[in-house]
Design a binder for this molecule. Structure first.
Ligand SMILES: Cc1cc2nc3c(=O)[nH]c(=O)nc-3n(C[C@H](O)[C@H](O)[C@H](O)COP(=O)(O)OP(=O)(O)OC[C@H]3O[C@@H](n4cnc5c(N)ncnc54)[C@H](O)[C@@H]3O)c2cc1C
Ligand SMILES: NC(=O)c1ccc[n+]([C@@H]2O[C@H](COP(=O)([O-])OP(=O)(O)OC[C@H]3O[C@@H](n4cnc5c(N)ncnc54)[C@H](O)[C@@H]3O)[C@@H](O)[C@H]2O)c1
Length: 466
């Protein structure tokens, strides 16, 4: 006898958990298959551990300047095993707080432990984690929430690299680190290792780091990294190889037509995040995947109508907040046959580097492509009291508005509390607050969010093009 579900969700990360609970709430009989611990990348190897490491990095920076406040700290040193233990304990606490298994239980969602793969369009095989057995399940609709995984570059010696999710398994804090790939993951690792006292080299094939952000944000973080002693090389041609040496790993690459190398204790490859589809039997269901993702239509359906894809696996916006809203929409569409879309018009995001960065909406080049007369202002943090008081004067808030400077099109921040500042702007944008109204909002003193009021008032001073 095989179990049968209205909705079978594959993966219990942020997308899968939200999809399963929502589908159950809508009255469906739901099963969710998870090959590893619940919580997915976010809780177990991504956001949560990275955030704890970012906090550790922050504490380290604070400790270094503590004496200027009259606080004496005699030894400034990372004790790597303690740091790792702290991260792991926090991950456990977050998992316990979320209690996904308990929530599934409470919602009558069956949690099936094991790895799922299609054997036909409506049937999947679930292999127990220890390979001891398999069972078959049938599903009317399937929501794939399988997330992604890190990408090892196909170069000789790549097996010597440490992947981002393996950083905590390093036996010691590496004294010299090369980070390859300067997306959100790479940039955050740079700050972490730099604050921990490692010598850091950052290599990126794109012309700039954090290539998805506004160019001003990218330039500002690059300059800060360089001031902190990080060797940043962008626009490299290719990573050529890794090889073991007497005292570490030699990483060789080409840039500006010449061969370059560095010997380090660890090379971390944060060079992309393709969907985890290798062992999913997609062919058996006729589901099409390409370029490391499973493409979906505007209703989150794959090329096979009853198979939906939410979260990182569809490659649209690889963020927890996106995974949540896509999962909600996919669950509604799967259960009710509705056509809910997730345009992700306002998707705030950011990273916990030194300095932090964050954004929402259009970058300035994207806005100018739509209308060259759009308006932008940039308020440097060192014009505001709070960053100066906190000794965090590095950074800015940039607002981009339409040519009549009535409505915000995008907001970009670098510096202390950048993510919270952008969240406040996002709330205003989501509520349809116009620039003139925003300019009148009272901001508590002294705050970083005060930058929003200053920037809004400055936008109004720019002559509007009609
Ligand atoms: C280092 C790092 C830091 C990050 N920090 C942030 C952050 O600060 N903020 C933010 O918004 N985003 C962050 N992200 C991105 C965030 O983690 C992802 O966007 C989010 O986890 C996506 O959720 P998901 O449910 O789609 O996939 P995942 O969280 O990856 O979950 C997928 C789940 O599916 C399971 N699975 C896969 N295949 C199968 C199968 N065949 N059978 C059964 N189970 C399967 C996996 O075991 C996994 O548990 C970070 C990512 C990384 C790598
Ligand atoms: N704070 C956050 O919100 C957060 C943090 C981490 C990750 N994430 C998300 O998770 C996903 C994965 O992030 P990621 O940073 O791991 O991957 P990514 O794909 O976003 O970035 C990979 C980077 O590696 C570079 N690269 C690729 N090949 C290279 C090569 N041969 N040599 C040098 N550089 C190379 C790319 O140009 C790119 O800049 C992203 O969507 C990201 O937004 C979010």
């Amino acid at each position: 006898m095989i179990d049968s579900y209205d909705v079978l969700v594959v993966g219990a990360g942020p997308a899968g958990t939200a999809a399963a609970l929502r589908a159950a709430e809508l009255g469906a009989r739901v099963g969710v298959v998870e090959a590893g611990p619940t919580g997915g990348t976010c809780v177990n190897t991504g956001c949560v551990p990275t955030r704890v490491l970012a906090k550790t990095a922050r504490l380290m920076r604070e400790v270094r300047t503590a004496d200027t406040y009259g606080i004496s700290v005699t030894e400034q040193r990372i004790d790597w095993p303690t740091t790792v233990a702290r991260v792991r304990a926090t991950v456990d606490r977050v998992r316990a707080t979320k209690d996904d298994a308990g929530r599934f239980d409470g919602a009558d969602v069956d949690l099936l432990r094991g790895r799922a793969r299609f054997v036909s369009p409506h049937e999947l095989e679930v292999r127990d984690a220890d390979g001891s057995g398999t069972r078959r399940v049938r599903a009317e609709t399937v929501i794939l929430c399988v997330g992604g995984h890190s990408r090892r570059l196909p170069v000789p010696g790549a097996e010597l690299a440490t992947m981002p999710e393996e950083v905590l398994e390093l036996p010691d804090l590496p004294r010299r680190v090369a980070v390859v790939g300067a997306g959100n993951t790479g940039a955050q690792l740079v700050t972490i290792f730099n604050a921990f006292g490692s010598d850091v080299t950052l290599l990126e094939v794109a012309p700039r780091i954090l290539a998805q952000t506004d160019p001003d944000v990218s330039a500002h973080v690059t300059a800060a990294f360089r001031d902190q002693g990080v060797h940043v090389e962008t626009g490299i041609e290719t990573v050529e190889r890794l090889e073991r040496t007497d005292d570490g790993v030699r990483l060789a690459w080409r840039a500006e037509g010449e061969a370059r190398d560095v010997v380090v204790d660890a090379v971390v490859m944060s060079t992309g995040w393709p969907a985890a589809v290798e062992d999913l039997g997609l062919d058996a269901a006729g589901v099409h995947a390409e370029k490391g993702r499973i493409p979906v239509d505007e209703y989150l359906a794959s090329n096979v109508g009853h198979v939906y894809v939410a979260g990182d696996a569809n490659g649209m916006a690889m963020l927890v907040q996106a995974a949540n809203s896509e999962a909600e929409a996919a669950a509604r569409n799967a259960v009710l046959g509705t056509t809910v879309r997730t345009p992700h018009r306002l998707l705030p995001a950011g990273g916990f580097t030194d300095p932090d960065y964050a954004d929402v909406g259009l970058t300035e080049p994207e806005a100018r492509e739509r209308d060259e007369h759009c308006v932008s202002v940039l308020v440097p943090y060192d014009e505001l009291e709070r960053p100066v008081i906190d000794d965090r004067p590095r950074g800015f808030l940039k607002l981009v508005a339409d040519r009549r400077r009535e409505y915000l099109l995008g907001a970009h921040a670098v510096g202390e509390n950048a993510v919270e500042v952008i969240q406040a702007v996002t709330t205003a944008m989501a509520a349809g607050v116009d620039v003139a109204t925003l300019a009148q909002v009272e901001f508590a003193y002294p705050t970083y969010t005060a930058a929003i009021g200053v920037a809004a008032r400055r936008l109004l001073e720019v002559p509007a093009v009609r």
